[in-house]
Structure formats: C-alpha cells, structure tokens
Design a protein around this ligand. Structure first.
Ligand code: ATP
Length: 514
C-alpha cells in the first residue's frame, strides 16, 4: 500500500507538471478541495464527456439530453430531501483546529461502553472456562451493569437530542462524557453547528427580500423537474431516458484524495423512466451496459467491480456502485440506483402538479419509476489517469513515464516532429499537420533531441509521433512511432490517416459496446 501511495503522489505531481490538473487559486495558496484543469486536462475531460454523451444519446434512440441551470427553485431541495437530510452536526476542537461530526464522536463513545462490557465478559469467560454462563454474568456483574446503564442513558439522551435537533445538548453530551479530541487530547470544544453539505447563496436584492437558493448538489433534480417538458416536447414514450452533464457542489467536510472528493465537481447523470414493476429488469440492464462502457476503454477488466449496497436509501429498491481500483483501493466511480417513484412523486406533492405518464398500451396513467446512472467526471478522469500511468525501465537503465491513455481519450492524438529545424523539414512537417489538424488534436514540436521530444509526448499520453527526416522530402514517407510499444515504422504520408484513424475513432469504440 505504501508503494501505491507513493505512486499516487507521483501521479498528482505529474498532473500538475504536465498541465492536467492544478490546485485552484494556487498563487493564493489554493482553495481546499477545488481544482482547475489545465491544457491537457481539459482535453481529456472533454473526451471523457463526449464518450459518455455519445454512448447515451447516439446508442439509445430513447435517451435525450438536457442542460438545466445550476440554480433551481429552493423548494426542489425540500422535495428531494436535501434540505433536511443532507446535514451533519459539526464540532471543532479549538486546540487542534480539527473538525468532527458531533454524532460520530458520541457514537464512538457509546461503542466504548460496549467495548468495556465485552472486555469484562471475555475476561470472565477465560477465568471460568466451560462453566461460564454469559447471560447470567451480563445480568449480574456490577461493572457490566454500570457500563450498560451508562450506555443506555447516553443512547437515550443522544437519540432525543438528535430527534429534537438540539445542538446545545449534543455539545453538552460531549462535555459531560469528557470526550477528548484524538489529536490534541483536549476538551476545548466549540459549539455544535448544523452543517448542510449544500452551498447556499442569495438571489435578488435584499430590499425585495432575497431568497436563499442553493448550488445544486447533484444534477439529477434538474432532470426530474423537466420530466414533463421533455416527455411532452419530445413526444417521448416510456421507457425513455434523460441525460445531463454538469457541475455539482458539495461542501465536503473531509475533502481529500485529490480530485476524488471535491467541493466543486462534475456529474454525468442519466435518469431512465420505466413502468412500475419493470424497474429491476432495467436496473440489471443498465448495470451491465455501464460496466461494458467502462471496460471498453481497455484499462484492464480486473480493475473494475460492482459493489452492491446492503443498506439502501429508503426510496431505493436496488443500488450498486461501479468501483475502480485507484491507488488508494477500490473506490466508487459510478452509482446505479433504482429510485422507485420517490423523486417524481415527491415533486408532485411539493409542486402540486401532476407528474404522470399516460401509457396507451396499459390505458392507464402512472408516476414512472426511475433507474439512475450517476458518474463523476472527475473520478472517471482520475481512474483513467491512474490506470494509464506507468513508469517503465528501458534498456540502458533509463526510466520513461508514460500515460497509456486510451487513444480516443488522449488529449493530443498526434505529435509531428521534424528531425531538424532546417533544410525544409519544418515546412514538410507543417504540411502534414495542416492536413490532419481538422480531425485530430496535433502538436508540433521541433525543440530538443528527438528522444526528449518522444518522452514529452509519452508523459502526456500522445499515442502517435510522426517524425519527418531528409528522406521524407524525397520519398514522401515518415516514421510513425507508437507510444505503448515504442515501435517505429516507415509509412507513406498518404497512409497516415488510415493508420491512425482506426484507434482514434469514437465510432469504433462505441461499436464495441453496442
Ligand atoms: P461518496 O459516497 O463517495 O461521497 P456519493 O455516494 O455521495 O459518493 P453520489 O451522490 O451517488 O455519490 O454521486 C454520484 C457520483 O458523483 C459518485 O459516484 C461520484 O463519482 C461523484 N461524486 C460525488 N461526490 C463527489 C465529490 N465530492 N467529488 C467528486 N466526485 C463526486
């Protein structure tokens, strides 16, 4: 694991050095868990989004896209449950300046009482051997009873405080229980504050009475509230889906692991509306479709797995995550959820509008059920980079760092390199590039030795390098060098496009997952 952590650190600095990801506001010492994408990062990100968008909207006649606003009517977040349930009660230790969830600190204290009771019982079991009657011991031993009473009292007090939303009482519990900060070891606590993960701001001037609105914590609600608009204007019939790519914002408390957990991030979500009762069949179908989408990139099938949820949200009747093996273990990249009719029904209730579909085949109206596929662009970006980053020992002892990014997603597809900066080679190289640049993102580079230039392209994941030499002027042939194998081949300029197009074609990739 330590070695993996080392790789992760290197990947993060590689991202910065080669223009993939920069810490936001870096010259002002950065802003926590907010990142900017650089010149290569934005290309990779756009390619990932295109791959997702095309796979949704081109391969499925019944999936259409939208682009809804980030600001939405505040009642939407009431209906979705985010205002009431996207909350954490937080407390800070004034000495260590560390922030904790108050409920977690108290739960840990309850667990400590349980621990003490268990230890007492284990000790006694050892002492008495076979003759030990655990139930009787637990019912009569004064130390166990004392801890049991403390635990019960704490539990009741805690549950009441949570139910009443009594933050002062939560703090008082922490003081009375003498809970200390694991870092500073002190009991110097601030108040407890309710911390909603949603960012809020105000809309309108104060004189008119500004309304509190939120930066959306997920893109999905923009789809739900447009269900009727899209269904009617697009004459969509169930089953059909609505896809959306857009920014989401969450004030994550413990934000770490680079772009894995950010405060501003991007989601690609698709809500698929189905007949009630058919949702589990569709859930299974989308699960398989989404896994095929991931695996088609060729980063290695073993790097993916499903993680089915044992504990489901109250509105869901099936949920799974697609996890990718990051340098810090298997982690969720995408969630696939069967959300029943929870969202649309809730919006019916809160808006007072009828949000139903008349199914001509059944001759009946109903609130459709929903299968959701929800993937984070940034986590996908991280998985692509983590799966592509290699340090290879070459003959001669040199190490090359190469990003074996799937060619379709690579930020730069082609580097055109004149061997020398003279004798008409740059002009010939420019001529080749001018032919290809309309379709492929090309880079021209004439600086440094050819070996150094190859390394620079390896480091940003360029799948093909084209070298123009003196012979090229005579025979109209160039050397193509392949990133992954480092093999070189002499080919006629006229054949270049055909050679590179196959692997760079989104169409070919999409065909493999259809
Ligand atoms: P986690 O449990 O890791 O916080 P989540 O279950 O809250 O994630 P969802 O609400 O299901 O995540 O969001 C769907 C997808 O959005 C996730 O699979 C992930 O790819 C992405 N995502 C969620 N939160 C973040 C974040 N803070 N930074 C980057 N991506 C995120």
């Amino acid at each position: 694991m330590a070695q993996q952590e080392e790789v992760f650190k290197k990947l993060i600095s590689h991202c910065k050095e080669y223009g993939f990801v920069f810490p936001s506001s870096e010259i002002y010492d950065g802003l926590g868990a907010v990142y900017d994408y650089g010149q290569n990062g934005v290309e990779l990100k756009n390619n990932i989004k295109k791959y997702w968008w095309d796979s949704m909207t081109l391969l499925n006649e019944n999936v259409v896209g939208i682009d809804s606003a980030i600001f939405m009517h505040p009642t939407i977040w009431k209906a979705s449950g985010h205002v009431d349930a996207f909350n954490d009660p937080l407390i800070d230790n004034k000495d260590s300046k560390k922030r904790y969830r108050a409920d977690v600190l108290i739960e840990e204290q309850i667990a400590k009482y349980e621990d003490k009771m268990n230890k007492e019982t284990e000790k006694a079991a050892k002492r008495f051997g076979d003759a030990f009657d655990e139930q009787k011991f637990r019912e009569t031993n004064p130390r166990v009873l004392e801890n049991e009473a403390k635990k019960e009292a704490l539990h009741t007090r805690f549950a009441k405080a949570l139910n009443d939303g009594n933050l002062e009482e939560l703090r008082q519990i922490i003081i009375d229980e003498e809970i200390v900060c694991p870092v500073s070891g002190t009991k110097n606590w601030t108040e407890v504050r309710q911390f909603n993960l949603m960012f809020s701001t105000e809309m309108g001037s104060t004189a008119e009475g500004a309304a509190k609105i939120y930066l959306r914590p997920e893109t999905a609600q923009g789809i739900f509230v447009n269900f009727l608009n899209v269904q009617k204007s697009g004459r969509m019939k169930i089953p059909f889906g609505i896809a959306q790519i857009g920014k989401a914002f969450r004030n994550e408390i413990v934000a770490r692991q680079f772009i894995f957990r950010m405060r501003e991030f991007e989601q690609m979500e698709m809500q698929f509306f189905v007949r009630p009762g058919e949702e589990l069949t569709w859930f299974e179908k989308w699960k398989q479709t989404r896994m095929r989408w991931h695996k088609a990139l060729g980063l290695g099938d073993k790097k993916y797995r499903f993680h089915d949820h044992d504990k489901l949200a109250h509105y869901a009747n099936a949920a799974t995550d697609i996890e990718f093996e990051m340098p810090f273990g298997f982690k969720e990249v995408e969630g696939i959820h069967s959300r029943t009719d929870f969202d649309l029904s809730s919006h019916e209730k809160f808006s007072g509008k009828r949000i139903q579909f008349f199914d001509p085949e059944l001759n009946q109206s109903y609130v459709p059920y929903v299968i959701e596929t929800s993937i984070g662009v940034d986590r996908m970006f991280l998985s692509v980079l983590a799966g592509s980053y290699f340090e290879e020992k070459l003959n001669g002892g040199e190490t090359r760092v190469v990003l074996k990014i799937p060619p379709v997603l690579a930020p730069v597809k082609l580097a055109v390199l004149p061997l020398l900066k003279k004798d008409g080679l740059p002009e010939k190289a420019r001529e080749i590039m001018d032919n290809l640049k309309f379709e492929y993102h090309c880079q021209y580079d004439e600086k440094d030795s050819i070996g150094k230039r190859y390394r620079r392209q390896d480091a940003i994941g360029t799948p093909y390098c084209i070298t123009v030499d003196h012979d090229s002027l005579v025979d109209n042939q160039v050397t193509i060098r392949y990133r992954d194998t480092m093999k070189q081949e002499r080919v006629p300029v006229a054949q270049l496009e055909q050679i590179i197009s196959e692997k760079l074609s989104m169409k070919n990739l999409l065909k493999t997952i259809q």
